[in-house]
Design a protein around this ligand. Sequence first.
Ligand code: SF4
Length: 535
Amino acid sequence: MTLKNDSLDPSAVLPTEIPAGLDRRKFIIRSAVIGAAAVMTGCARSESEQKGPPPAAEAPGASASAPPLSADLDVVKKGVGPVMTTVDEFYKVGPGPSSSHTIGPMRITYDFYQRAEKLPADKLARATKLQVNLFGSLSATGEGHGTHRAALAGLVGKEPATVDPKFLDAMKVNKDQVYPVKLGAKTIDVSLKDIIYDATKGDFKHPNQMTVKLLAGNEVLLEQEYYSVGGGFIEWKGYTPPKKNAPKYPFRLMKELRAHADGNKTTIAKIMLANETSITGKSEAEVYAFIDKIINAMVATVKSGLAMPEDDVLPGPIKLHSKAATVYKRAMDDKYQSDRGIGALSAFAIAASEENGRGHLVITAPTGGSAGVMPAIVYGLLEERKVDRQKVRDGMLAAAAVGYLCKHHATLSAAEGGCQAEIGVASSMAAALAATAYDADSKIVENAAESALEHHLGMTCDPVAGYVQVPCIERCAFGAVKAWTAYAIASNEIASRHRVDFDATVAALAQTAKDMNSKYKETSEAGLALSVVLC
Ligand code: SF4
């Protein structure tokens, strides 16, 4: 077999002969996986490796994976160019419990509300009704995620970052409440009845799909098909991404990002800061001011979670008792100092995640379901260890780089990739944050992020009763502890001997997401969602 020189061409690294013992279909699939990993890592396997033993036979009837995403979604297309995501797109403040099922739908209906407002007055004068149809995973698990309330709140003109959580809490109590929506001179009444749980299965462009309509009787005055593509990001039919300037240090892989940092004798955080300013045109002070807002919101969410009474019960049918305060108090009484640390870190993560479960304001880092992981590390560093704030800011930038790369090459959406895409990515980000805050060099930052992600690969999403509580809240604690463990290993091992690079693990994340049975992708149709019986 010969290898071509273009490292971005998958065919350059694919074997051409079918090895003995492997049928053609399996050979093609295996070659595609090898090719994807090789393209991302720039590493070709030897001929003997490629001709190695065939993979284990597929179990009969296995893996009804979800249909592929539509190729014209921007989230699919942009994996080929340099990373262009910025912190103000990535870290979003909004109501829990889910970035894709709560914040995304709320951003969608708020976007539609803003579009509708701009319609000509004569059109608006004829409007009689606003209607939202939820499809796919949004329909299957929307009830437990508060998707209908979030969608209604956006339609009423409430913005996720500034909505008073009490407004959403009141919606839970007054289910028949009618809200007036002012569009020009016209007022249209809307209620939860206008948010329709539609087909859960179908030929969707994205599993989190919805349509919003403004009607005049049966006539459609304005209609838009939207997709909540993960982490609170949204797209719509015909979406074109906003124009941005070129990054100063273009990269599409961790190894390229590290090459910029090492080649310029600086840190990943400083490279990310330079890219933020070049892409957005903002000053460094403006970027840091935004990061400070996010850091402060993370600290606030942990504090308010810890302050909740120990007998508080989270909303929903699970009747789950809050336990952040109890875990924290008891951890502080532990006779072993190391156990106190693990207990406290877990309590911080549980506190922020319980706030998410309450539908209170959380920060996507990268999602609502994983909203306890990064805040736990931020809180631990700033409030407990009194680490210098600038180091935590740098950590937030390095963590963002990790999140961007996972979004760029894999997914942040549990509906696409299961829980590895949420808690796994959050843990990886948090490991990079901790390593950066302690001045680790770029290789250690990469190794820590890689290790945390590696040990979440394959983790499925199976929220009990569709509520982001079980396993999600404790899962945030484990994500935070694993992040710290990953940093501890990375900073204590000989960094150059770390065998797995981050880009290879992101390739594995993408492939695992693709192969995962759709039942384990935020549908609440399998796993714990099936085996836990509520009484
Ligand atoms: S199981 Fe994981 S991915 Fe699924 S809702 Fe919970 S935290 Fe999110």
